[in-house]
Design a protein around this ligand. Structure first.
Ligand SMILES: [Zn+2]
Length: 199
């Protein structure tokens, strides 16, 4: 089993529940050659959700009641994905902590629960697409607490936008793949400089 949307781009998943956030971002049509949008229709989206929630359970040990999607839920889920994409891209620009983040675009319900073991846990709630949003936002919140969220990035190549988890020591990565996206960008910049110099 794997995070299927991330795996199709040949990338390693983000750790723990953050893998779901990355996988949702990677349902977009992206990469070169471009792969299809996994949220293009209810049937494809339901198939992705079934895989993603099973993977969530495998990774976190938390059961997820079946998330059933309808056409309205799909539209909401796509809008949620777009908001998450925008927030992830802006968080990178504001990596120094000085920038301005997008306003809160979406909210979801979750419960705080004191367990038998004395630990407090965040428990996602809701049905349909809202459950998925709750899972993703809970994982994002936990990623903030663990300081792993800032390593989840979207490729700086706007024609690519693949979501990757930056494991570099100083968190300096900007390309999902330096060879395919970084070198192409460097070449374009080099040619632009040559043109500017009249070369
Ligand atoms: Zn890329």
């Amino acid at each position: 089993m794997a995070w299927s949307a991330t795996a199709r781009y040949g990338l390693d998943p983000a750790p723990g529940g953050l893998g779901l956030v990355q996988d949702l971002l990677n349902t977009v049509d992206a990469g070169a050659p471009r792969l299809p949008d996994l949220l293009a229709g209810v049937t494809q989206a339901q198939a992705w959700i079934d895989e993603a929630t099973a993977q969530w359970t495998a990774v976190t040990g938390q059961q997820v009641p079946r998330v059933a999607l309808d056409a309205d839920g799909l539209a909401e889920l796509r809008a949620f994905r777009d908001g998450l994409q925008e927030a992830t891209a802006k968080a990178q620009d504001a990596a120094s902590g000085a920038g301005v983040l997008a306003p809160v675009l979406h909210s979801a319900t979750a419960a705080l629960r004191l367990g038998d073991d004395g630990l407090v846990r965040l428990e996602p709630r809701g049905t349909g697409w809202r459950r998925l949003a709750s899972l993703a936002l809970a994982a994002t919140f936990e990623g903030q607490q663990a300081d792993t969220r800032r390593r989840l990035k979207t490729c700086r190549n706007l024609r690519c936008r693949v979501a990757f988890y930056d494991r570099s020591r100083n968190n300096s990565g900007v390309w999902h793949d330096v060879r395919s996206c970084g070198n192409a960008a460097n070449l374009r910049a080099y040619r632009a400089r040559r043109r500017a110099q009249g070369g």
